[in-house]
Design a protein around this ligand. Structure first.
Ligand code: E4P
Length: 217
């Protein structure tokens, strides 16, 4: 499973990259605003900085909601850097744009997906990634992991090549369960990735090994 980090924070992206387990980055307008990155020029510059830190795909979201605007913005984003993936919302205009970019050989990430039907449309339109938001489903008392399972089933039924990018991952167990189900990618915060490291028996065992080593030296 690929690990993407879901942030526009350069420090956190550097830290995840330095761990050697990072495969890419996802961002969205809210994450950009959280880092105080506003205005088209600053946002574009920030995408390039992110691409220079990581080796893999970097999702950059269009703001336009009409097909022509999405195509214009997506082409501009894609020409910024070879690692940019154009992130497009799951709407009718968005599906047209996914098909346009798929035909043009430009990678896409279909965002704001909350149902199997939407995921099916994204795959039919040739999206590179589909992003079901599991945390936001959990927030409204609906099991987000069930959606990942259902999309996996449908995509496997027809050998769709669209990769399932489990998004809105909030914690370490989300990551583990996405891996069990067979999500191709997960995107989450650094805290959830680093949570995978933790086990008290590892800490206790390491303390004992170091203490025993010291006894003999
Ligand atoms: C996905 O690409 C989104 O940026 C993201 O995962 C949304 O997560 P949130 O629901 O925690 O805001």
């Amino acid at each position: 499973m690929k690990f993407f980090i879901d942030t526009a924070n350069l420090e956190q992206i550097r830290e995840a990259q330095a761990m050697g387990v990072l495969d890419g980055v996802t961002t969205n307008p809210s994450l950009m605003a959280k880092e105080g990155i506003t205005g088209a020029n600053s946002i574009l510059k920030h995408y390039v900085e992110i691409c220079e830190i990581v080796d893999g795909d970097v999702s950059a979201e269009v703001i336009a909601v009409d097909f022509e605007g999405m195509v214009r913005e997506g082409n501009a984003l894609s020409s910024l850097h070879s690692q940019i993936v154009v992130k497009i919302p799951m709407t009718e205009e968005g599906v047209k744009a996914l098909k346009y970019f798929s035909d043009a050989g430009i990678k896409t990430n279909c965002t704001l997906v909350f149902s199997v039907g939407q995921a099916l449309l994204a795959a039919k339109a040739g999206a590179t990634y589909v992003s079901p938001f599991i945390g936001r489903l959990d927030d409204v008392s609906t099991d987000g992991l069930d959606l990942i399972e259902d999309i996996r089933l449908v995509y496997d039924n027809f050998a769709f090549e669209t990769e399932i990018l489990a998004a809105s991952v909030r914690n370490t167990m989300h990551i583990v369960n996405c891996a069990k189900i067979g999500a191709d990618v997960m995107t989450g915060p650094l805290s959830a990735i680093k949570g995978l490291l933790k086990h008290p028996l590892t800490d206790i065992g390491l303390d004992k090994f170091l203490a025993d080593y010291k006894k003999g030296n």
